[in-house]
Write a protein of this length. Structure first.
Length: 225
C-alpha cells in the first residue's frame, strides 16, 4: 500500500510539474502535455484497483458490463452520439463504487473501439467514461442519487461533459491559441451531437434507471460484491 501511495504521489507531482512548465512557457506542446496529465491521472486509480486484489467474481462482473456496454454501443453508432454506454457506466459507478465504475468505463471505450475505430480520441474516451463512473461512485457516497431530479440532471449533463473532455485532444492538436474562446468554439461544433447524447442519457434514465439499479444491486448482494 505504501508503494502505491508513493507512486500516486509521484504521478500527482508530475502533473503539477507539467502544469507549472506550461504556465511558465517551458512546454509549448499542449497536446502532449494534456495527454501525459491524463495518463498520470489514470495510473493511481488503476494501481489502487490492483491492490484491492479483485476476485474472480468482480472480474466476471466487469467483463459482463464491458461486454454489454460495448455490444450495445455498436448498433447505436448508426445514430451519431446516441448510445447507452454513459448510462451504463454511471450506474456501474453508483452501484459498485468509483473504482469499478472507472475500470468499466475505460475498458468499454478500449474494447468497443476495436470495432468502431481507434484513434487519438481513444485515451480521452477512456478517461471520459472512466471519469463518469468514478465521479458517480464518489457522489453516491453523498446519497445525492436519492433525488430523482438530481439523478436526471446528472445523466443529462454528462452528455455534454463527456464531449467536452474528448474535445480537449482536438482543441490542443488543431486550434491555436488554446484559450477559452477557442475551446468554446471547438465545443460549439459538436453542440447538436452533444445534445443528442444528453437527451439520450435522460431518456435511458427515465425508462431504465431504477430497473437496472435494482438488478445490479441484487447481483451485488447475491454474489457478495
Amino acid at each position: 500500500m505504501l508503494k502505491i501511495k508513493i507512486f500516486s504521489a509521484i504521478c500527482y507531482l508530475l502533473i503539477a510539474l507539467i502544469l507549472i512548465m506550461v504556465v511558465l512557457g517551458t512546454i509549448t506542446n499542449y497536446y502532449l502535455s494534456a495527454l501525459f496529465i491524463l495518463i498520470f491521472s489514470i495510473i493511481p486509480i488503476l494501481l489502487r484497483v490492483e491492490t484491492k486484489q479483485v476476485n474472480s467474481k468482480e472480474v466476471a462482473l466487469i467483463a459482463m458490463l464491458v461486454t454489454v456496454a460495448s455490444v450495445l454501443r455498436i448498433p447505436f453508432s448508426a445514430i451519431p452520439s446516441l448510445q447507452p454506454v454513459t448510462f451504463i457506466v454511471i450506474i456501474t459507478g453508483i452501484v459498485f463504487g468509483k473504482d469499478l465504475g472507472f475500470v468499466t468505463g475505460a475498458a468499454t471505450a478500449l474494447v468497443s473501439n476495436f470495432f468502431l475505430g481507434h484513434g487519438p480520441w481513444t485515451p480521452w474516451q477512456m478517461f471520459a467514461w472512466g471519469g463518469a463512473g468514478y465521479l458517480s461512485g464518489c457522489l453516491e457516497k453523498l446519497s445525492l442519487f436519492r433525488s430523482k431530479a438530481f439523478t436526471l440532471i446528472y445523466f443529462f449533463v454528462w452528455g455534454y461533459l463527456y464531449s467536452w473532455i474528448i474535445n480537449i485532444w482536438f482543441w490542443f492538436a488543431y486550434t491555436y491559441p488554446p484559450n477559452l474562446k477557442s475551446f468554446i468554439l471547438t465545443n460549439s461544433f459538436s453542440f447538436v451531437f452533444d445534445t443528442i447524447h444528453a437527451v439520450g442519457n435522460l431518456v435511458f434514465a427515465l425508462i431504465f434507471y431504477q430497473d437496472l439499479v435494482n438488478i445490479l444491486k441484487k447481483f451485488k448482494l447475491k454474489y457478495n460484491l
